[in-house]
Design a binder for this molecule. Structure first.
Ligand code: ATP
Length: 581
């Protein structure tokens, strides 16, 4: 389905002043925004291109990137539901015009079969493909099979068979994509794999544990350390694995001031690590994957861990899902999957699995069976209960924060979260954050300003100086007569004066996109109406799998069915390009 906007007023900011021809028509028709139109007009002007069909092709390619796609299939777009009434150019004429354009000869526009790219994404996708296939074609690492088998038998005893198979495969090759839903033992496998690899080495291995967000990388480190505390690991294993530190991908690659997509480590200055484990790979954009692959030494193990059924990265690409599908044909051994859930109560696991399979009848049945851990509530009938739940949790966070109990406040904050698909409007995070703060201030006069004890916060930008990372969460706590922002960390929390906290949002409610990489006790998932274009299976799955104990879905049955049946589609060419010789 193609999402169009409706022009609401004469000076709607999405309407481009001065646009003409097809660009103006598609802008007024709600497909292109002013930004798409201006970008296309500028690119065409620089190349001396005045064919309106080419300008339209550039604009829809720019638009696609805004929606997370790295390319666009012109013919598909023209035929897509919702956009049929726009005056699309004839498909063949359009392709011919694009091919003949000076923008194509200059390499600004790139074709790959039916797909049209802007140069940057075309190059990045090609680079990801080439680097991966080069790694996969290289002679495999030399391993001591006898030692490997004995150690694997100890680290992965009976009951850990699935994980043993995956860890052994990863030990025997340079590149592994390890997929699995929540609680399937991905971290357990990584912890065991690291011990297997250090057991093979005659010197301490340099291991990088990394993830797209600080929170996710810290969680990985903590989970690996917890797994290694188990009896299956010997003191010798633990000794060899001391000093593991986790960092965000940006920090691992060496973030440079003033540059978003260029890093200190690259093809000519590789990372020193022998093993690089990336968690939450579904959140990694095409651009970051390209930067990572070029920086990893060819003789370093690379393990890309994630859940391919989750939402894709905020920025363009759907790399993990593409690798799972694309490599399944090209290099099946490189993709390993874990299926058995070890953590969830039966019902959350079953709900996640039915969502993964797209079985809307089963999803509805599970939600309405009367099971305590997963339930569906009508938005109107449930409104009062939802408000009461939000207030109850907000009061619990506040009580601990006012008492100066940072651990208690952080724990209370992670006991429940309201997850929304939208940022704005009646189903959006902004509305529900405001509402919760109003409920809280009706109850407690101390809550009426921006900073108050018990304000849960979400960091929205990296600040390397302060050690804050996009996605970190925390809470404002009273400390004597001052307020402090306490950001949850591994081992120790970070305490900062509230004045130093720049890019933060209130976190009584959170978007599902931003919830990726985190888990909480209970989730209340507020589904938007069935016609919301954001309502997709991946969104639903991601929200449900954030919960450790309980999921309350608030929405109509129609919204549930629409969510299960609609896929979040992104146009990418990686699967096809991985198949090519
Ligand atoms: N084979 C197994 N048998 C029993 N328990 C297991 C097994 N594998 C893992 N577990 C336990 O299940 C829980 C989930 O495992 P783990 O954290 O490794 O999964 P995960 O896939 O990394 O989860 P997530 O990504 O959702 O955090 C842990 O408590 C772990 O100790």
């Amino acid at each position: 389905m193609t999402e169009l906007f409706e022009v609401e007023e004469r000076d709607d900011h999405r309407i481009a002043a001065g646009a003409t021809g097809l660009l103006a028509t598609f802008n007024q028709g709600g497909l292109l925004t002013a930004a798409d139109v201006h970008a296309a007009a500028r690119i065409c002007a620089l190349a001396g291109e005045d064919d309106p069909q080419v300008a339209l092709a550039v604009a829809v390619t720019v638009r696609a990137a805004r929606h997370g796609s790295v390319c666009v299939d012109l013919a598909d777009l023209a035929a897509s539901e919702g956009a049929e009434d726009l005056p699309w150019p004839d498909r063949d004429d359009w392709q011919t015009a694009v091919t003949a354009s000076p923008l194509s000869s200059a390499g600004v526009l790139r074709r790959e079969g039916a797909l049209l790219y802007l140069d940057r994404f075309w190059r990045e996708e090609g680079q990801v493909r080439d680097d991966l296939l080069r790694r996969i074609a290289a002679p495999p690492p030399v391993v001591e099979e006898a030692v490997l088998a004995t150690t694997a038998g100890r680290l992965f005893p009976e009951g850990y068979d699935e994980q043993r198979t995956v860890a052994l495969a990863a030990a025997r090759q340079w590149t592994t994509v390890l997929t699995g839903g929540p609680g399937t033992g991905k971290t357990t496998t990584v912890a065991g794999l690291l011990a297997l690899l250090t057991g093979q080495a005659d010197r301490p291995l340099r291991v990088a544990l990394t993830a797209p967000t600080g929170k996710a990388s810290a969680r990985l480190q903590q989970a690996v350390e917890e797994a290694q505390a188990e009896d299956r690991f010997t003191d010798a294993d633990r000794d060899r694995l001391t000093g593991l530190t986790a960092s965000t991908l940006h920090r691992l690659l060496g973030w440079m001031p003033g540059s978003r997509n260029r890093f200190r480590h690259h093809r000519r200055n590789k990372l020193p690590h022998d093993v690089v484990v990336v968690d939450e790979t579904s959140m990694v954009s095409l651009t970051m994957m390209a930067r990572l692959l070029e920086a990893v030494r060819p003789d370093a193990r690379l393990v890309l861990v994630g859940d391919a059924d989750q939402l894709a990265s905020v920025e363009a690409g759907a790399v993990l899902a593409d690798l799972v599908q694309g490599l399944a044909h090209r290099a099946p051994g490189a993709v390993t999957g874990l299926r058995t859930t070890h953590r969830f109560g039966e019902s959350i696991g079953a709900l996640a699995e039915s969502l993964r399979q797209g079985d809307s009848d089963r999803v509805l049945a599970l939600l309405t069976e009367g099971e305590e851990r997963v339930s569906l509530h009508d938005p109107v009938e449930h409104a009062e209960t939802l408000r009461a739940r939000l207030l109850e949790h907000a009061l619990a966070v506040r009580a601990a924060a006012v008492a100066g109990d940072a651990d208690g406040a952080l724990a209370a904050m992670d006991a429940h979260r309201l997850l929304c698909a939208h940022r704005d409007g009646p189903y959006g995070v902004a509305h529900w954050n405001r509402l919760t703060e109003r409920l809280l201030s009706d109850h407690d006069q101390g809550v009426w300003q921006e900073w108050y004890a018990g304000r849960p916060i979400l960091v929205t930008a990296n600040d390397y100086g302060l050690g804050l990372f996009n996605g970190d969460t925390g809470v404002v706590v009273r400390e004597g007569d001052r307020l402090r922002g306490v950001i949850a960390g591994v081992g120790s929390d970070l305490r900062l004066a509230t004045a130093r906290l720049g890019a933060v949002e209130t976190l009584h409610a959170m978007t599902i996109h931003k919830s990726q990489g985190s888990q909480v006790g209970e989730v209340t998932l507020l589904l938007p109406p069935e016609d919301s274009p954001l309502l997709t299976r991946e969104l639903f799955y991601t929200a449900v799998t954030r919960a450790k104990q309980r999921v309350h879905v608030v929405g109509t049955q129609e919204a549930v069915v629409a969510a299960v049946e609609r896929r979040a589609q992104r146009a990418t060419g990686l699967i096809q390009r991985l198949a090519q010789d």
